[in-house]
Design a protein around this ligand. Structure first.
Ligand code: ATP
Ligand code: ATP
Ligand code: CA
Length: 223
């Protein structure tokens, strides 16, 4: 979705598949990334993606100090299998006063401990991706979606022939379904907050915000 204009500095510890793709995407978004791994091969592989890539053991407080980690506000701990190293690293980072520590958790036990020692964000990418994939598979109308909370989402839906040629006023979507069309994409062209008189065509990709139940109702009855 929207991209931050402000350039930030991040540290990514652990260059497995998860940490590696976090690192690449942050750089792509225009941020600076210090990438750390104990594995020399991984560090060499990421030297061309990261702003800096260094070999270090993140459980070693002195090593983190010499890298100036305490000056960073955002650190991602992406150590997958070594739960002990992940916990110890998180503990050291929070003791150093790093403001925002995001940690990849392997299981519920790991999650609980991370919560206790002050991790600011804990993610379960495998579980989350599994849920996303399942939701995509079970709903062929939804092209993409963002969960805003448990109850609210933003989804992308292709307009059907049922909607084609009708205006937002004709369809009375907000009043009938409680959902709002935030924007309409036609190929590469995006129309933000369309006029109520806007006429939908069949190639339109509708970006819709609303309560999940209302979105479902709109999909089933409105399109
Ligand atoms: P993913 O599931 O995201 O692919 P993975 O299964 O590769 O992750 P691991 O191999 O356990 O996960 O860890 C990711 C990376 O973290 C590895 O490249 C590993 O070398 C690195 N790593 C492990 N312990 C440390 C540590 N103490 N300090 C720095 N890096 C570490
Ligand atoms: P509202 O108070 O809901 O904005 P309104 O009486 O001011 O309605 P319009 O804004 O002209 O009337 O829109 C008429 C109807 O068209 C709305 O009630 C709504 O159902 C639908 N509508 C207009 N714009 C959108 C939109 N972006 N997304 C979904 N429905 C819309
Ligand atoms: Ca793994």
């Amino acid at each position: 979705m929207g991209r931050m204009a402000e350039k930030k500095q991040f540290v990514v510890i652990g260059l497995g598949r998860f940490g590696g793709s976090v690192c690449k995407e942050l750089v792509k978004q225009g941020h600076e990334v210090l990438a750390i791994d104990t594995d020399e091969q991984k560090v060499n592989d990421y030297a061309r993606f990261a702003t800096h890539a260094v070999i270090a053991n993140s459980t070693d407080e002195a090593a983190l100090n010499s890298l100036g980690i305490r000056n960073f506000e955002n650190v991602v701990v992406a150590i997958g299998d070594n739960i002990q190293a992940s916990i110890l690293t998180t503990l050291v980072l929070k003791e150093m006063g790093v403001k925002n520590v995001l940690v990849k958790a392997k299981n519920d036990y790991h999650h609980k401990v991370l919560e206790k020692i002050g991790a600011d964000h804990i993610v379960h990418p495998e579980n989350d991706m599994g849920r996303r994939v399942a939701q995509h598979l079970s709903d062929d109308k939804i092209i993409d979606f963002i969960e805003l909370s448990e109850e609210y989402s933003i989804v992308e839906l292709f307009a059907t022939s049922k909607l084609a040629g009708k205006s937002l006023i004709d369809l009375n979507i907000r009043a009938r379904f409680g959902v709002t069309i935030l924007a309409v994409k036609k190929g590469e062209v995006i129309n933000i907050s369309p006029e109520p008189t806007y006429q939908i065509t069949e190639e339109d990709l509708l970006i819709v915000i609303g309560h999940n139940q209302d979105i479902k109702r709109f999909e089933e009855q409105g399109m």
